[in-house]
Design a protein. Structure first.
Length: 438
């Protein structure tokens, strides 16, 4: 699951009510297979907080700091490297906030996903979420650091049962305090069909978990991101909306060569075999080399020497890597922390039903009526086929296809809505403004 086998899509939107976007996000893909094995791919979403657009500065600083420090830290353990990177980002944002009265209280949420060969690690502070979507299940891998979720944990109830407690009151974030505790979990096993979704509460607030699952499960990555942003805006767009969608194992990686497959097989054998096996193979290889030397000059014996040497070195390398990783794991983690927990804070089984179809069909109908009434500029030539396919799929009982086509119709109409709406000018923070000439 290296670079060619991971697909990533992202969107960020200011929303309907806000004048500027305080969200930030980052994607850092490992450039080499060695970097992938050591640190993996890194994906981040941050949601800034603070008046006068200082939240925008805080989220940018946090993302840039984590992206810069995480790959360069010396900690061999990815979980500890993430925790350290978050601590350094908190220090940077806090220091900036103490330098100027206008920046006092600046802060940001931050949620990062590191994808490595052994699985996915999640590190977060605040209420930006990370989901894993697998087949018919959506799992929330992060715990909201909000007043509502903390009280729900203390009272052993679901957060939704505390409707009188505002869900947007954050009790932990990067920046306001000199020190902060980041939650780290993993590694989460990765299946080729997995989708990971990281998002700010501008998406997870107005859009339900089952709707997130349905969009990600049926639409291609780019379309899923755009539809979810459109849906959040149609429900008020009260906050900035940012999401990063990662698809595992969907790329078309080049087929490995015969020699690469041979070495991988030898490594896999070494990873599973007892230590005595490779000593036995080493003896066989040595005997084969000695016998071949007696008949030096014949091509078939030279080939036998080469194959024996490759098997020997491949197995020896595999065993050495295996042993080194075991020794590092024992050295890095105390005995009581040798098993890293990978909690799932909320899990929901999902399926396509008429409620999901009716939801998106009503949004499409409402937008269509507004488009006609207010003379929006809509690509009617694209809308008509999508609507027709949705109706035909619904009549045939193909609910996933019906949902997908209705989503496409909603996104087409949302383009017309965005062109029609009058938004305030995006606020440019004073630290980014260019000085005006007299």
């Amino acid at each position: 699951m290296w670079k060619d086998e991971v697909a990533c899509f992202s969107r960020t939107d200011v929303g309907v009510k806000r004048s500027h976007n305080q969200d930030s996000h980052g994607v850092t893909l490992a450039r080499t297979e060695a970097a992938w094995s050591r640190r993996g791919h890194l994906f981040i979403v941050a949601d800034g907080m603070g008046a006068h657009a200082v939240g925008e500065l805080a989220s940018k600083m946090a993302v840039q700091s984590i992206e810069h420090t995480y790959p360069r830290l010396k900690e061999p353990n990815p979980a500890e490297a993430l925790r350290t990177a978050f601590a350094l980002a908190n220090e940077a944002v806090h220091t900036k906030g103490m330098q100027n009265l206008e920046f006092r209280g600046m802060g940001t949420t931050a949620t990062a996903l590191a994808m490595l060969p052994e699985g996915a690690y999640v590190c977060h502070v605040g209420d930006s979420r990370c989901y894993r979507i697998r087949h018919g299940v959506i799992e929330q891998l992060t715990f909201d650091h909000s007043l509502q979720w903390e009280l729900a944990r203390q009272r052993h109830v679901a957060p939704e049962e505390l409707g009188h407690i505002p869900s947007n009151v954050i009790v932990r974030s990067l920046g306001p305090q000199a020190e902060v505790k980041a939650d780290v979990s993993g590694p989460y096993p990765i299946d080729p069909a997995d989708r990971f979704l990281i998002c700010s509460d501008g998406l997870s607030g107005p859009v339900k978990d089952e709707e997130l699952w349905a969009a990600v499960s049926t639409l291609p990555g780019e379309e899923a991101c755009q539809f979810l942003v459109d849906l959040a805006n149609l429900r008020g767009g009260l906050d900035n909306i940012t999401l990063v969608l990662i698809e595992a194992g969907t790329g078309q990686a080049a087929a490995p060569s015969v020699w690469r497959r041979l070495l991988r097989s030898a490594y896999a054998l070494a990873a599973r075999a007892p230590s005595e096996w490779w000593w036995f193979l080493a003896g066989v290889a040595t005997a084969g080399v000695g016998a071949a030397l007696l008949r030096w000059g014949e091509l078939r014996y030279n080939i036998a020497i080469l194959i024996a040497a490759l098997i020997f070195f491949g197995v020896a390398f595999g065993v050495s890597v295996r042993r080194r990783k075991k020794l590092e794991a024992k050295r890095l983690l105390p005995e009581h922390e040798s098993r890293v927990e990978a909690p799932v804070h909320r899990s929901r089984n999902c399926s396509f039903d008429r409620a999901l179809i009716d939801m998106v069909a009503k949004e499409e109908q409402r937008l269509r009526e507004l488009a006609i009434e207010q003379s929006w500029r809509v690509a009617w030539d694209r809308l008509a086929p999508a609507h027709q396919k949705a109706e035909e799929s619904l009549a045939a009982g193909d609910l996933p296809s019906a949902f997908r086509e209705y989503c496409r119709a909603v996104s087409i109409l949302s383009v017309g809505l965005r062109k029609h709406q009058d938004k305030q000018e995006v606020l440019i923070p004073h630290w980014d403004r260019k000085p005006q000439l007299p």
